[in-house]
Unconditional design. Structure first.
Length: 276
């Protein structure tokens, strides 16, 4: 495993500056958002010159592009809005291919029309599941054509809200191009802290062979995101379970301000067994 960070943690829209900050703060990889290239997250057009320059700079600095963000609300209640996001998502896939980034991250979405991360009572309905499946089937066809992997993350506010539902979706779709991002803090929440080892053990047992990215997010006892290592999540235990399951990929941190990134980088480097 290696320490990584969300590129969007840094406010700059100049990818060279972002990558230099990532390296300076002790990270070896990043989950990239195209906003860090000065584009929209789901861009209507791609700046291929900027993309090529960013990829070259990352190689020079030894920073791995672990994944590229392609999130949009795949369960949005309005089908026209879902369809309108598709061209931007296709551009994300093209950018991933151009930069040699193997994974594009997704959001399984919510029936909340204003916030795709927010829980909604209709997230558990058959229609929400059907709409998600329609979007995923389309996205997987496009990803397969480019040789890319799509990764979903069990999120408490989404249609795929836990590890059991994630397993159900993987089994239904049966595609080698659909994988899992595992975020311990999402699965545990403040209510599950007393039983966090059991929650993660179950998730790793159900999803272990399908995990391609693991988020090193930490929260305090009230559920507020903190710098990794300063909260209530047993991150060493999480990493140990992932390693036992054979996971050896990127461990991106996120949810804190850029001025805490160096502290996060040192904590993750130690967690991964190669402190600077």
């Amino acid at each position: 495993m290696y320490p990584a960070i969300f590129s969007r943690t840094y406010p700059s829209k100049r990818i060279k500056e972002v990558l230099e900050a990532i390296q300076a703060d002790g990270f070896e990889g990043a989950q990239i958002n195209l906003s860090s290239f000065g584009m929209d997250s789901l861009p209507t057009r791609l700046d291929y010159a900027s993309i090529a320059a960013g990829a070259a700079e990352a190689e020079r600095l030894g920073i791995s592009f672990a994944a590229l963000s392609g999130t949009y609300n795949m369960a949005h209640p309005d089908p026209d809005i879902r369809s309108a996001r598709r061209p931007g998502f296709l551009n994300v896939l093209k950018a991933a291919k151009a930069t040699g980034t193997p994974i594009v991250t997704l959001c399984t979405g919510s029936r909340d029309a204003d916030d795709m991360w927010n829980a909604h009572p209709e997230n558990t309905t058959p229609s929400a599941w059907t709409d998600l499946r329609t979007e995923l089937d389309w996205a997987l066809t496009e990803a397969h054509a480019l040789g890319l992997v799509l990764a979903i993350e069990p999120e408490p506010g989404n249609v795929v809200r836990d590890s059991k539902i994630a397993r159900k979706l993987l089994d239904q779709i049966g595609s080698a191009h659909l994988k899992i991002i595992l975020d311990a803090a999402n699965l545990i929440g403040s209510d599950g802290l007393a039983h966090q080892s059991d929650i993660i053990a179950e998730a790793v047992d159900l999803l272990g062979s399908n995990i391609v990215l693991a988020h090193a997010k930490d929260i305090d006892t009230a559920g507020k995101v903190t710098t990794p290592g300063q909260g209530a999540i047993d991150l060493p235990g999480f990493v140990a379970m992932l390693a036992a399951a054979g996971f050896d990929g990127a461990l991106p941190a996120h949810g804190f301000e850029a001025d805490s990134s160096a502290t996060a980088g040192a904590a993750l480097a130690k967690l991964c067994g190669h402190p600077s």
